[in-house]
Design a protein around this ligand. Structure first.
Ligand code: SAM
Length: 203
């Protein structure tokens, strides 16, 4: 069993290798700091039975923070596009549902993990949204909206510089935002709540 230091070096090496392979997909220059992961994890739902979904978990820093805050590993589903990262996560978190795949396919991927009666309370996203085409980003927000339970939350971080709050995705309302300076680079955690879509106007 690797010591925590060796495990951290191994995870950072994997992160950098994957960054060299595909910098746009990785979208950051280092794994998230513990401070950033803790700022995300504080939005865990209070009910232990609810499911949470992680998108782009990378090396698992946020996953670890969710577990440290006491969420059941069986109630965490994580979708990671990089097969090497996903293998690393499966080894590190054997009781958590790690799915190798694209977040844009999450409806199909989730069918295998969470059935309709389960409640998905929060989506934690580490995805590099700045590198998504606008059409793909809008499609993803719509898909996340469709899988969240009523008033479910989307918690995500960005490296957006500036004091102006990023615009909430369609049919989400802004809840909270926090700067995390102790991260490379500094990041902003933003929290949005699902709003019901207004009915389509009659044609
Ligand atoms: C900024 S890194 C995540 C860093 C992570 N918090 C950590 O500490 O390691 C973004 C992650 O999103 C993954 N990713 C990018 N596009 C994706 C997609 N469409 N579906 C699923 N994962 C994706 C990347 O492979 C990468 O692991």
């Amino acid at each position: 069993m690797a010591t925590p230091l060796l495990a951290k070096i191994g995870a950072t090496t994997l992160f950098l290798q994957e960054w060299v392979n595909d910098p746009r997909q990785i979208g950051a220059i280092a794994p998230s700091s513990k401070n950033l992961a803790a700022a995300m994890a504080r939005w865990l739902p209070p009910e232990p039975n609810s499911y949470v979904l992680e998108l782009g978990p990378g090396t698992g820093v946020v996953t670890q923070a969710l577990l440290e805050r006491g969420h059941s590993p069986q109630r965490i589903v994580a979708i990671e596009k990089s097969p090497k990262m996903a293998d690393h996560l499966r080894e590190r978190f054997p009781d958590t549902h790690i799915v190798t795949g694209d977040a844009l396919d999450l409806v199909e991927l989730l069918k295998l993990q969470i059935n309709q009666s389960n409640n998905l309370a929060v989506v934690f996203s580490s995805l590099p949204m700045m590198n998504f085409e606008p059409e793909a980003a809008a499609r993803l927000a719509k898909i996340i909206h469709s899988v969240l339970r009523p008033k479910g939350r989307l918690v995500q971080y960005s490296y957006h510089i500036g004091t102006r709050q990023p615009k909430p995705p369609a049919h989400f309302r802004f809840v909270d935002s926090e700067w995390v300076l102790l991260n490379l680079p500094p990041a902003r955690v933003s929290v949005y709540e699902k709003q019901e879509r207004s009915p389509e106007p009659p044609k």
